[in-house]
Design a protein around this ligand. Structure first.
Ligand code: UDP
Length: 237
């Protein structure tokens, strides 16, 4: 199976289905980026971040914004929520006897997340875990490398997690690494995931904004501006 890429706002996005993305990640390793409009907008003013996204081994469209944008450009690609992909990877790796590392979220939260995941996947093998609040990356990076996990889940928020993974990936060439935003909070049960109906309609962002109104300024004006830019991109094609 080869990557089939489509372009949006200068970034390549994979057109894999959910199952194909899981298989590809399992067989190919490297950095997975779950791209959304806020990340694209941040990358446009941060060349280092832009390079990291462009060098990723897999880029999935996370969120309704990128799905709509791709539709405007004529590509029918279903979004893949990072939290769902992360969970499916945990399942796949665990079922195949592989090991996992988890770095991120507030102290204690990652431990709650692991104990909840263990209820679902009793053979889950977490060889390293750490909260996401540390000043010096080096020690944590070295510890992950010596633990030599097959799958690394990093939940530091974006772009912090993508930079962290970028610093790690060459030292772990046979490992799959993915940035997962606030997923550990959900798995730990400290943040509630949007009900299924919101997920189905692509309105998770609306639910999260209602629950955490401070997120409003992250979405506006980024989301409408993103759609406008994509419309411009469409017209110039
Ligand atoms: N976080 C962290 N270290 C930091 C900043 C944030 O571990 O220095 C965690 C935070 O506790 C939360 C996650 O990163 O669990 C970011 O969640 P958010 O929902 O903001 O993710 P995003 O929307 O950026 O994907």
């Amino acid at each position: 199976m080869d990557r089939v890429l489509v372009k949006i706002q200068g970034f390549d996005v994979d057109s894999f289905t959910f199952e194909q993305a899981v298989d590809w990640a399992y067989t190919h390793h490297g950095q997975i980026v779950t791209i959304n409009p806020e990340m694209i907008s941040a990358a446009h003013s941060n060349p280092e971040f832009s390079k990291i996204i462009k060098n990723a081994e897999l880029v999935v469209a996370d969120g309704i914004g990128v799905e709509i944008g791709l539709k405007i450009l004529g590509h029918n690609i279903k979004r893949i929520a990072g939290i769902d992909l992360g969970k499916a990877l945990i399942e796949k790796y665990t079922n195949n006897g592989k090991s996992v590392a988890m770095i991120g979220a507030k102290p204690g939260v990652v431990d709650y997340a692991i104990s909840n995941l263990l209820k679902e996947y009793p053979t889950l093998n977490v060889v390293y875990s750490h909260d996401g609040y540390f000043n010096e990356d080096t020690e944590i990076l070295d510890s992950v490398v010596s633990a030599n996990p097959d799958l690394v889940l990093v939940a530091l928020g974006s772009p912090k997690q993508e930079f962290f993974i970028n610093d790690l990936k060459n030292k772990l060439p046979n490992t799959t690494l993915i940035g997962l935003g606030g997923s550990f909070d959900v798995w730990a049960g400290v943040v509630e995931r949007a009900p299924k109906i919101y997920q189905k309609l692509g309105l998770e962002w609306l639910y999260r904004t209602i629950k955490e109104p401070q997120r409003f300024k992250r979405i506006f004006p980024t989301l409408p501006l993103f759609v406008l830019k994509v419309l411009k991109e469409r017209l110039s094609k």
